[in-house]
Design a protein around this ligand. Structure first.
Ligand code: NHR
Ligand code: GAR
Length: 201
């Protein structure tokens, strides 16, 4: 299946997807970043993947940015759009266009800790467990139907950094696995419900 990956930063999740692309039946057609300095762009280039930077600051509105992003994505006719550390909130129009084929990785056990700074917020809330969620993207920020989660224990002396590090290890395992379900057409979104091999998740 053809895929386009959207990033904003380091791209360690992108790297795990690149490293597993053959096994998960994914052709990464392009990597798009809203930030020119994103290290993930270098990772893509090293893997001979086409890259684009679409700087959101060059657009007068979120709508204008999303329209351009959508045009760029559609040139590749992807079956799946993968948000791998993409940090721009997408408009309702954009999310509706790609309903059921856009996946996001979020570093918390949703519905807990939507939005940003999830690791510090989990520590501040004295959570004993934390983790990662993969969900279908809908207009509702971090509120789309959940596909899969991995949990880890929060340790007594964890900082946001140490916690983020251990969550990332789980991210790098879980995302390729979920993408593989999707490229094999095992994963579906219907009426806001997720099924894997026809069974409700
Ligand atoms: N868009 C929609 N409509 N729905 C979702 O579920 C989305 C989305 C866009 C991105 C990723 C998300 C995350 O996993 C994601 C899910 C960015 C922000 C944010 O506040 C929040 C959540 C997520 C991504 N962004 C600021 C903004 O004004 C910019 C922050 C920055 O640049 O550092 O867009 O956490
Ligand atoms: C990851 O932890 C990802 O879950 C999170 O940002 C990090 C990106 O790391 N995503 C979000 O917070 C989305 N708003 P990476 O660039 O090394 O993959």
């Amino acid at each position: 299946m053809k895929g386009v990956v959207l990033i904003s930063g380091s791209g360690s999740n992108l790297q795990s997807i690149i490293d597993n692309a053959n096994d998960i039946n994914l052709d990464i057609e392009a990597v798009i970043s809203n930030k020119e300095a994103a290290y993930g762009l270098e990772r893509a280039k090293k893997a001979n993947i086409t890259t684009h930077t679409l700087d959101h600051k060059q657009f007068s509105s979120r709508e204008a940015f999303d329209q351009n992003l959508s045009q760029l994505i559609d040139q590749y006719n992807p079956g799946v759009i993968i948000l791998a550390g993409f940090m721009r909130i997408l408009t309702e129009e954009f999310t509706q266009k790609y309903t059921g084929k856009m996946l996001n990785i979020h570093p918390s056990l949703l519905p807990k800790f939507q939005g940003l700074n999830t690791h510090q917020r989990a520590i501040d809330a004295k959570e004993t467990e934390h983790g990662v969620t993969i969900h279908f993207v809908t207009a509702e920020l971090d509120g789309g139907p959940i596909i899969a989660q991995s949990q880890i224990k929060v340790l007594e002396d964890d900082s946001a950094e140490s916690l983020a590090k251990r969550v990332l290890i789980e991210e790098h395992k879980l995302f390729p696995k979920v993408i593989h379900w999707f490229t094999q057409n095992q994963l579906k979104l219907n009426d806001n419900k997720v099924t894997l091999d026809g069974k409700l998740m």
